[in-house]
Ligand binder design. Structure first.
Ligand code: GDP
Length: 531
């Protein structure tokens, strides 16, 4: 029987990711949540695109330059007995792979939507990634203090475009300069909006619709509109079904304004009530209960040089079961069950780190890594080895030949490209029989090339030459013992190898893939690397 402290600690954990189209307010909402947890002392340090003040969750130089979240950061805070882990995700479309990995590590997701814009391009893409994992999705419709779309229209857009049912937990009263607050459907009370610069303490007036003060509080017209909306909602909309929420089929929706800290607390409380503690995870030995006494975790993210002064590489683990204690011996399954101790385990408060003595299922910890871990690796109690399901890599869609400008920098070039590839930020390939003088780099989104170039310059002190290649599709050759040079391929198909010496083909079009399959009987091509 697991001890009651273990059960208690795991039961109070909530681990979720925040996703949004850039600018919808993800950073602002994260900051307000941290404010409630007392993890930061003051609101209002949200980045402006041109100012040099940046939100606490942004640390990479390139993010500051471009004003977008490129890497995903991890933050932990306590709130009313809960221990909450928030994982930030890059909003930019070129980093959907990072987002996917982050979503592998969480038990639910919060989707932030700009009330003036509704569902945006990137929301759609990120949402698809969430659906692949069937995790509960909560929606926060933000910026009600600005002119907003009709809330019914926003809901039907979410339902139609994202294919998920919605259940509104609260309802906005007016918007823009006329924003008066939200109506809580459960308690049937109005929480009125009084701008206060976004600090933690929100002045609230709670009153029911029948309260004689209501006309004065929200205005006669808003009162009438609200009564009509509520009647419509009560009659026509889905009621909350926690089981459907748990399966990712129904999304509870909250309205508010993150910047003004309005609606954030009701959202947080509702969210905490509806989300589950850490969920079981699938492994090759069956389902692993978080409450198991055996420790297990998997690597979902690797990041080098988070702090330039330290020149370190941090591996992020999601703990799936049991308890982690500092100095405990663990087994690295993909490293041949190698026994080791994890070096300087730490938890993050944005870019601040703290060495920890213990952590539980649901938590995310970072450990120093001399270069042994890869994304998807399992780490567990010695003698209790198992493997969690792998994390698939996305097939790159853009390719370039990369060389170093200065031949004296060969060593740094090799180190930089290899490390950045191990982090999963790029994929690297080589032409058969070539050395490491140049590599072929594949990325899912073009911006990853910019980040790569920037990091090579600032972290490894190497200037690179980037020669774009016309390929768009990549396929691994799955046949054993085939000599790719014997294959009958169109002239613009390129043979490359990954760094485990597996052969791959790069194609400029789908037509060429079909050509290769037709002209080479028995050839087996796959989109994913199965090795
Ligand atoms: P992210 O790109 O999704 O992380 O978005 P940010 O949190 O950086 O917000 C983008 C911009 O919207 C910033 O200028 C914020 O100050 C602003 N913003 C965020 N929430 C609100 C809100 O509730 N109301 C208004 N008016 N602006 C907001």
């Amino acid at each position: 029987m697991p001890d009651s402290k273990l059960i208690n600690e795991i039961n109070r954990r909530r681990t979720f990711a925040i996703i949004s189209h850039p600018d919808a307010g993800k950073t602002t909402l994260t900051e307000k949540l941290l404010l409630y947890g007392g993890a930061i002392a003051m609101a209002g340090s949200v980045k402006g695109k041109k100012s040099d003040r940046h939100a606490v969750s942004d640390w990479m130089e390139i993010e500051k330059q471009r004003g977008i979240s490129v890497t995903s950061s991890v933050m932990q805070f306590e709130y009313e007995g809960y221990c909450i882990n928030i994982l930030d995700t890059p909003g930019h479309q070129d980093f959907s792979e990072d987002t996917y990995r982050t979503l592998m590590a969480v038990d639910s997701a919060v989707m932030v939507i700009d009330a003036a814009k509704g569902v945006e391009n990137q929301t759609r893409k990120l949402f698809k990634v969430c659906v692949m994992r069937h995790i509960p999705i909560f929606t926060f419709i933000n910026k009600l203090d600005r002119d907003a779309k009709n809330p019914f229209e926003l809901l039907s857009q979410i339902e139609d475009e994202l294919g998920i049912a919605t259940c509104t937990m609260n309802w906005p009263i007016g918007n823009g300069v006329d924003f008066k607050g939200v109506y809580d459907r459960e308690t049937k009370t109005v929480l009125s909006y009084i701008p206060n610069g976004g600090q933690r303490e929100v002045e609230k007036v709670e009153a029911t619709l029948l309260d004689p003060s209501m006309d004065r509080l929200i205005g006669e017209a808003n009162h009438a509109q609200l009564a009509e909306d509520i009647e419509l909602l009560d009659g026509a909309s889905d009621s909350l079904d926690p089981e459907r929420v748990a399966r990712g089929e129904q999304s509870p929706v909250y309205f508010g304004s993150a910047l003004n800290n309005f609606g954030v607390e009701p959202f947080l409380e509702g969210f905490l009530k509806l989300t589950s503690p850490p969920l079981p995870r699938v492994s090759d030995k069956g389902e692993v209960s978080p409450f198991s006494e055996d420790f297990s975790a998997f690597v979902f993210k690797i990041q080098a040089n988070m702090n330039k002064a330290h020149r370190d590489r941090l591996t992020f683990l999601r703990i799936c079961s049991g308890k982690f204690t500092r100095d405990m011996e663990i087994s690295h399954v993909q490293g041949g069950n190698k026994r080791m101790r994890l070096s300087q385990p730490q938890q993050m408060m944005a870019s601040e780190r703290e060495i920890i003595n213990e952590a539980y299922a649901g938590d995310i910890i970072g450990v120093f890594d001399p270069g042994i871990f890869s994304i998807g690796d399992t780490i567990c109690s010695p003698g209790k080895e198992l493997r969690f399901e792998g994390i698939p890599t996305f097939a790159p869609e853009h390719f370039a030949r990369i060389r170093h400008k200065d031949t004296m920098k060969r060593k740094q070039f090799v180190k930089g490209t290899t490390q950045i590839a191990q982090e999963g930020a790029i994929q690297i390939f080589k032409e058969p029989a070539s050395g490491m003088e140049e590599v072929i780099v594949g990325v899912v989104g073009m911006l990853q090339f910019d980040v790569f170039e920037h990091r090579m310059r600032t972290e490894y002190n190497v200037e690179i030459i980037n020669e774009g290649l016309p390929y768009q599709y990549i396929r691994w050759i799955d046949n054993e013992g085939i000599d790719p040079k014997e294959l009958n391929l169109s002239s613009d198909t390129k043979i490359v190898q990954d760094f485990k010496d597996n052969y791959l083909l790069l194609f400029t079009s789908e037509w060429n893939i079909r050509w290769a399959l037709e002209k080479n009987e028995g050839l087996i091509l796959s989109e994913f690397n199965k090795n």
